[in-house]
Design a protein around this ligand. Structure first.
Ligand code: AP5
Length: 217
């Protein structure tokens, strides 16, 4: 399965991508997670990306594309992947096409998860994440069993620095200006399927699976 999960910040891409990747036996490749892991390790990539992430801006295309190119060459991605958070500019989409054609492959399915702006703000400002295993929660809609602690590994949950309301609104602005046009790019090529991302997490998952069955590659 070669799937791109597309959508605004807070649409639920990460939540759904984790489950889909496990179910379908392919890696979940999240560019945001790669940057956060690099930052935890204190690498130059992580420190450089942090400046953009904290401001709600996109990391420069050349940095992101080089990183994704390397990641897709890893052995586990030979079976396919669920990409989450890439591509998010037209330049990234074009570079992605070039990466795929260099490997004799082509774009699989792009599923756009659509959610109203105010719900995105609610989801992101209420999100808590595990800094150790990356699991995501929401204080109201997906709370951990024990308040403030990760169900999977027991670590103390944190709020991402870019989940404050001011930065969330900036991220939505950047999404509308730079990322939304990527949906039209894929629509024109007949690979985009839009699904309603509102409602419960299992309901959204069902919609994605149905979209995959509908001629999914
Ligand atoms: P990234 O980490 O990719 O963030 P994002 O795309 O902004 O997406 P999020 O992780 O915030 O949201 P999500 O859609 O995954 O939602 P989630 O499932 O967590 O990127 C961060 C930054 O890195 C960017 O701003 C940029 O600086 C940089 N970057 C990354 N990729 C880049 C690229 N390609 N180019 C340039 N820069 C890049 O869910 C959110 C919350 O909602 C959770 O609390 C969850 O529990 C809850 N939730 C999920 N589904 C539901 C539901 N159905 N109902 C109720 N609550 C729900």
């Amino acid at each position: 399965m070669n799937l791109v999960l597309f959508g605004p910040p807070g649409a639920g891409k990460g939540t759904q991508a984790k489950v889909l990747a496990e179910r379908h036996g392919v890696p979940h490749i999240s560019t945001g997670d790669i940057f956060r892991a690099a930052l935890r390790q204190g690498t130059p990539l992580g420190l450089d990306a942090k400046r953009f992430m904290d401001a709600g801006q996109l990391v420069p295309d050349a940095v992101v594309c080089g990183m994704v190119r390397e990641r897709l060459r890893e052995r586990d991605a030979e079976r396919g992947y669920v990409l989450d958070g890439f591509p998010r500019t037209i330049a990234q989409a074009v570079a992605f096409d070039e990466m795929l054609s260099a490997d004799g492959s082509s774009i699989g399915k792009v599923i756009s998860v659509e959610v109203a702006d105010e719900e995105l703000v609610r989801r992101l400002t209420g999100r808590r994440s595990c800094p150790v295993c990356g699991a995501a929660y929401h204080v109201e809609s997906a709370p951990p069993k024990v308040a403030g602690a990760c169900d999977a590994c027991g670590s103390a949950l944190v709020q991402r620095e870019d989940d404050s309301e001011g930065v969330v609104r900036k991220r939505l602005e950047v999404y509308n200006a730079q990322t939304r046009p990527v949906a039209a790019y894929y629509q024109d090529r007949g690979v985009l399927q839009r699904i309603d991302g509102s409602g419960s997490i299992p309901d959204v998952l069902d919609r994605i699976e149905k979209a995959l069955e509908d001629g999914g590659r």
